[in-house]
Design a protein around this ligand. Structure first.
Ligand code: S3P
Length: 180
């Protein structure tokens, strides 16, 4: 990691269903940071659900909204940011996040992810006749981007609280190292 980087925020990246929002909320509470979810921000701004944006305007427009949110995040401090699963894969979003945040990727196997998301219907990319195959395909394509995170945390055999503790530990180490 670049030693001159300032770590003002924590950004959680990773595939849908890996627990970014749940873990992020716990961490924010514990650190007394603000919690921010990029999907929630987009929904609040547009007054539409993510599913409606995909259906009415298409994925490219959603990605543009994500890009704009990422640009705004540069001015934040003491914020835990939970990002949409596709956000770090597009444009220079990940690079931009790294300019102010420690980026932590929550990782899980396709089977575990499927278990988490199978009874949920709000994610347009998983409205597929074979969701597990779609998860495998997307995860494979995104893996090289997720691996660029500063820290990778396997969430599979850990509770949400354990994952949060692990991320907090890594965040404190990074802050001590970079904000001297
Ligand atoms: C997406 C993930 C979703 C949301 C949108 C697209 C993706 O966020 O941004 O449905 O491309 O992986 P979560 O990861 O919070 O489910």
């Amino acid at each position: 990691m670049d030693n001159k980087r300032k770590i003002k925020n924590l950004a959680l990246i990773g595939f849908m269903g890996t627990g970014k929002s749940s873990v992020g909320r716990i961490i924010a509470e514990s650190l007394h940071y603000t919690f921010l979810d990029t999907d929630e921000l987009i929904e609040a701004r547009t007054g539409k659900t993510i599913a409606d944006i995909f259906a009415q305007q298409g994925e490219p427009q959603f990605r543009e909204l994500e890009r704009l949110v990422v640009e705004e995040l540069a001015s934040r401090t003491k914020t835990v940011i939970a990002t949409g699963g596709g956000l770090p894969v597009h444009g220079d979003n990940l690079e931009k996040l790294k300019s102010h945040s420690l980026t932590v990727c929550l990782w899980s196997s396709p089977e575990k992810i499927y278990e988490q998301v199978r009874y949920q219907s709000h994610r347009p990319l998983l409205n597929d006749p074979n969701p597990l195959a779609k998860i495998r395909q997307l995860l494979n394509a995104r893996k090289p981007f997720y691996r660029l995170a500063d820290v990778l945390v396997n969430t599979e055999r850990r509770s949400v609280r354990e994952v949060a503790q692990q991320v907090i530990h890594q965040f404190r180490l990074a802050q001590a190292e970079h904000n001297k």
